[in-house]
Design a protein around this ligand. Sequence first.
Ligand SMILES: C[S@@+](CC[C@H](N)C(=O)[O-])C[C@H]1O[C@@H](n2cnc3c(N)ncnc32)[C@H](O)[C@@H]1O
Length: 338
Amino acid sequence: MNWDQLDWTALDRLRDLFLRGTPTLGPYWQSVSDLANYDFTYGERIGWKWDAVLQGLDPGEWRSSTGAIVDWGCGSGVAGRRIVDWLGGDAVAGLHLIDHSALAVQYAAAAATTRWPGLRVQTGPVPPDKPISLLVISHVLNELDGAGRGELRRMIGQAETVLWVEPGTHSASRDLGAIRDELLGRFDIVAPCPHRELCGVIRPGNEGHWCHFFARPPGGIFAESSWVRFAQRAGIDLRSLPYCYLVLTRRPREQPQKDGNDRQEIRILGLPRKYKGFAKVFGCQISGVGDLVLQKRDARDLFKRLDELSGRSLLARVEGDRLKEVFLEAPSESQTEM
Ligand SMILES: C[S@@+](CC[C@H](N)C(=O)[O-])C[C@H]1O[C@@H](n2cnc3c(N)ncnc32)[C@H](O)[C@@H]1O
């Protein structure tokens, strides 16, 4: 597949279908070419969202899983491949691909085995008694009718860990938030929530808000004429990659606590808003969600990097609505004081 081979009839049809955001009436992939076109363009953008999510997680913590990795609603398989890559490629025990489109499963399986010839790729239903180590779900929720949701719930019931990414729309995010709250008693929440309470965003009074973040496309994309032309033709903003996500596990994990200096974790939702001498962030913390003020004089370096903060966690002392002694939490790196 290359940029000269793009099939705009197929891409436009798929885009219209995705934008509709309503349950689909069965499989819609019409050919292998549909999947190749999707994988090369829209699928790749979804891959950038996964990159943003996985950057905040330590693969070492999840690598020891020995059971199956299942990519449910795999489409062209971009999410499953991102996960296998993140976990170390050939080191992964196997990848199980599921989609109600046989063409999609076939495409995703071929793409995975081309990339990792030694990888054990399975297809077909997962037996009800088979544990799933990692269940990968990506951009599928709004396509599901009641039966589809029931099937997905059954898979979640078999999973030890769930990695789930959806578009960062108001409806997808609030839908995911409600599912999160339903699963709270059975799973521990790894991300994005810095607490194990009910979701603050879907509490009454916060109807206008939604938990979402913005991924950054790889550097250099804006200078690539092919991507720029694609975005113009498709009518998308290349810079804007909104997503929401959920990482859940049944594995025992430490509970988050305030540190010795009374600092706590705060996840920045959406984008920080910059004003003269201060910024407002919509933050999620154990007490709920709301606007928090970051004074430039309290965090000069952080202030210069506000654009990078969507989805990141801060460690801070909260005084009223003001953030003090702010650290940027970087799970895979060392902590950075700002
Ligand atoms: C928008 S695509 C996303 C594909 C892929 N997960 C990704 O992130 O690129 C949604 C996929 O979910 C699949 N799907 C929709 N309803 C389904 C169902 N009830 N059971 C299994 N797969 C389903 C579709 O066939 C399609 O491949």
